[in-house]
Every structure is written in structure tokens, then in C-alpha cells.
Design a binder for this molecule. Structure first.
Ligand code: SF4
Length: 86
């Protein structure tokens, strides 16, 4: 579940959870917080596979995820893709 993965992430143990749900362009600087999170790949896969539209997930902003999904519409499982590519 989406919330479960975040419970294992840095945003739950450190920082301000609200910072991940600021609007639009304000998300850009805040995504840096994710870059050393131990579950960054799982978090991003969760958001992409479940088409979660709001907030920063796995170091990507809403806009970045939307653009990625538009560029790669045929990926059946982002989780499987990330696991296969390590
Ligand atoms: S990658 Fe970012 S949003 Fe996801 S759990 Fe880690 S700190 Fe939270």
C-alpha cells in the first residue's frame, strides 16, 4: 500500500511531511530530500503503478511523474521494471 511504503521512508522519520504536498513548482527543491531515502525506488514505483497524482514520491514531483507516464505509457509494472534493472 502507498502509505505503508512511506512509513519506511525518510519523510516519516525526518523532516516535514507537508513539504511533500506543496503545490506545483514548489515541489522541485523539496524532492532533494528523497535522494538518500532507503526506499526511493519502491516509493516511486508505488506512485507510478497506482497513478498517484499528488505530492512528491520517490524523488519525483507530480509534473515529472505525469511526464514520465506520458512518455512511457506501456510499462505494465514500474516495480518489476525497477527490480529488473536493479
Ligand atoms: S522517497 Fe521521498 S517520499 Fe518516498 S518515502 Fe522516501 S522520503 Fe518519503
Amino acid at each position: 500500500m502507498a502509505e505503508d511504503i512511506r512509513k519506511s521512508g525518510k519523510c516519516t522519520t525526518e523532516g516535514d511531511p507537508e513539504a511533500f504536498f506543496v503545490p506545483g513548482a514548489a515541489q522541485g527543491p523539496n524532492k532533494i530530500f528523497c535522494f538518500d531515502c532507503p526506499v526511493i525506488a519502491e516509493c516511486l514505483a508505488e506512485a507510478l503503478d497506482n497513478r498517484i497524482e499528488s505530492g512528491i514520491w520517490g524523488g519525483m514531483t507530480e509534473r515529472e511523474r505525469k511526464a514520465l507516464l506520458k512518455r512511457r505509457p506501456g510499462v505494465p509494472s514500474w516495480r518489476a521494471l525497477f527490480e529488473a534493472t536493479g
